[in-house]
Write a protein that binds this ligand. Structure first.
Ligand code: GCU
Length: 383
């Protein structure tokens, strides 16, 4: 039976808090050469770029930013919808490089009854396209457009498949083969999650041109694999004003060293197309990583981050997610932001809402729901 446990990664996942190994997190405020960081200037000049490189090289891959041109085509412009409470825009964002191109299709609802430009929630949609139905025949809690519009925010979404299919055999057929084939040859080249985050930044490029949208108030949102992506997008691209990472778990907002629920070996085996080749070296070797996920959250500082869990989603390690947020606080402190989080995670359905950190553990399953969105809206209103 023991042999079976060792050889079968599914059975080997730990869900017992008592069995979490003793671990020491890498010091986010100490440079690789051993210097202690004491202020935001030093953080931004030396340690922040270093931490960003570590995440690129060991986990998510490089983020290319060069392209020849970008074009925005409105296929649907300002059509009144939702009983006049919003207008619908559909935008094709096409990025060109060396005669090749990739198109990202953006669905965007803008509230009519508020002063422009408006802040916007941008969802990186990793689930079915019907979740972001522009016709609103289908309404999904995963992207509750009516609720967000009623609260005075715009809401947008794009689908990850426009950038890279979420499939280990075909992930490279999108932005990677078309625009950045050299990335496929690099051990620290980006894969699907990098490509999806790259897409979020191109949508940000569009927002900077849309007069209805306040591009300084874009909140990037993702659930699960999309939540891993929203964190990486916000870490990379400082134009995002805030980040929501919903049930993002392993290689998202949860600490790897706790080895609770999903582990690196498992994610790399089931989803070899998400992270770079170098990450495979850390299968069953969490402690060898030069980073842990609190440092990814720290890269978003001083911008607000909201992380969530669901009580029945132990796979995504609710406690490890809270502890990662907590361990990012010292970097926020460099910007004069006082600790906001208690030492231990709050109880189920007891949200902590801002101003800089948001956290809740919702009763229920792995999902993103109206309850979650209600808290994101409350959080956004605080800043
Ligand atoms: C799997 C995977 C998780 C991921 C989740 C999802 O469960 O192991 O890492 O977050 O899918 O994207 O829903």
């Amino acid at each position: 039976f023991c042999l079976l446990l060792i050889s079968c990664p599914v059975l080997a996942q730990n869900y017992d808090e008592a069995k979490v190994p003793h671990y020491t997190l890498p010091d986010v405020l100490k440079t690789t050469s051993g210097k202690k960081i004491r202020n935001d200037e030093k953080w931004e000049k030396s340690r922040r770029p270093e931490v960003l490189r570590l995440f690129e090289d060991h986990i998510y891959g490089k983020m290319p930013t060069d392209y020849d041109s970008i074009r925005y085509a409105l296929t649907e412009d300002d059509r009144p919808v939702m009983d006049g409470k919003a207008v619908l825009k559909q935008v094709g964002v096409t990025v060109f490089k060396k005669k090749n191109s990739v198109q990202i299709n953006v669905v965007l609802f803008v509230p009519t009854q508020v002063k422009k430009p408006v802040p916007v929630f941008l969802l990186i949609n990793n689930r079915g396209k019907e979740n972001t139905d522009p016709t609103r025949v289908k309404k999904s809690e995963f992207w509750p457009a009516e609720m967000v519009i009623d609260s005075g925010f715009a809401i947008a979404a794009f689908h990850v498949s426009d950038l890279a299919p979420d499939n280990k055999d075909t992930y490279m057929t999108g932005v990677l083969q078309k625009l950045y084939p050299e990335q496929l040859k690099m051990d620290n080249g980006m894969k699907a999650i990098g490509a999806w985050a790259w897409g979020a930044s191109r949508v940000m490029d569009y927002f900077e041109t849309d007069k209805d949208i306040d591009a300084k108030k874009v909140i990037v949102v993702g659930h699960s694999r999309g939540g891993k992506t929203s964190l990486w997008a916000a870490a990379q691209d400082r134009r995002f004003a805030a980040c929501v990472t919903n049930c993002s778990g392993n290689t998202g907002a949860a600490l790897a060293r706790r080895q609770f629920g999903e582990r690196i070996s498992r994610i790399n085996t089931t989803f070899p197309h998400w992270f770079n080749n170098n990450y495979k070296k850390y299968n069953d070797k969490e402690n060898a990583l030069p980073v842990d996920q609190h440092m990814l959250i720290a890269l978003v500082a001083p911008r607000p981050v909201y992380a969530t869990n669901a009580s029945k989603d132990l796979w995504a390690d609710p406690r490890g997610t809270f502890l990662a947020l907590k361990a990012a606080e010292p970097v926020y402190a460099l910007y004069g932001i006082k600790p906001e989080l208690p030492k231990d995670p709050p109880g189920i359905d007891k949200p902590i809402i801002g101003p800089h950190f948001g956290y809740h553990n919702r009763e229920g399953e792995h999902n993103m729901t109206a309850y979650d969105w209600g808290n994101f809206i409350r959080f956004a209103k605080k800043f």
